[in-house]
Write a protein that binds this ligand. Sequence first.
Ligand code: NAD
Ligand code: MG
Length: 402
Amino acid sequence: THTIPQKNIAIMGATGSIGDSTLSVVSQHPDLYNVVGVTGFSRLDKLLSICQQFEPSYVCVAKEKETSFAQMLSDAHLSCKILIGEQGLAELATLAEVDMVVAAIVGAAGLPSTLAAANAGKTILLANKEALVMAGELMIKAVKQSNAKLLPIDSEHNAIFQCLPTAVQQQRNTIHDDNHGIKKLWLTASGGPFLYKTLDDMKRASIAEAVKHPNWSMGQKISVDSATMMNKGLELIEASFLFDMPVSEIEVVIHPQSIVHSMVEYNDGSFLAQLGSPDMRTPIAHAMAYPNRISSGVERLDIFKLSNLNFVQPDLEKFKCLGLAYQAMQQGSYACIALNASNEIAVQAFLNGDIRLTDIADINEKVLLQAEKQPIGSLQAILAVDKLSREQAHQCIADLNA
Ligand code: NAD
Ligand code: MG
């Protein structure tokens, strides 16, 4: 047997939920993966314990945290180099010694470093779906030009990736040129905590009820997105860019058990699906080892217990955010940026207790209506639309509370 060379990995957003799952897989394969760098935004204690366990050469923190974290590192007799702020994130993601970048920062904050990794030709393990929603065209172009690899770890996209022909897996973005007999992509959705509740229940939902996902344990933002099904909307846009499929050929189906993680439908009538326990370590391990396979520590799926798998159509009146994503994608990139920005502000406002859960969709709809058609050719253009849309969302929130 030949030995597989060790991969150097940078984990952006190491202190989050995807960060946890990634570090869990890494710790099971110390011979295969070496953590070169980690980043964390708020939980410094957690970031420090990660540094103690994995001894990365680099750690990136926010500018305001530099001094206190430097002190914590020195108290712990650790000598990793501190990188700072957004520039530090991009520096880490493009270091010559880094092979793989796990993009697991939440929201627009993850875009610049993910784009930098794409431009630098890295293998990107993408969790940060917002980066593709905001900058799908730019990201895919950068990946192609620099020969980077973009491997999805969002469970649905990873499932679709696994069900695609090898030729499509290895040459990004080829479905459109030669469809390989692919008819449709099917994104499964759990339906979140309000699937069996009414819109009135959703109106009255507490923060705790909204972030309590039935099957997955995740960060706060994506948990709220799952409750409104904005998450599936963002994933629809993500899938369209990743696999070069128009949204008209991507279907969303609610599958409350979260066992089938998504499907690819072929012209001959075949549906290929990937199944597994709802645990992010499976898609992460898949992407980390691709095209090989490694163990992930995930609880084995007990096939004999799967007596009941359901598939139902989503209710677009209750889950308005999903419809908004189809609409934004039809309008163009500028609208996707606006929708994502508005949603980030609205979700934060909900988590702050300033608005109701159902206000999120209304705010997103209003901001989407205000979005002005324009060509998007650069990161600056993206960030300008993002900024304006955030201001408009703040204004909508102020109007609601006036
Ligand atoms: P999380 O909130 O648990 O972690 C987010 C990470 O980003 C943390 O390390 C945090 O320190 C960092 N961060 C937050 N704001 C930052 C900023 N302004 N600048 C720099 N770093 C910042 O979130 P998560 O659930 O791990 O999700 C991360 C990403 O992965 C999201 O885009 C989410 O949609 C995607 N994703 C998550 C899951 C999941 O199961 N958790 C599944 C699929 C996709
Ligand atoms: Mg997902």
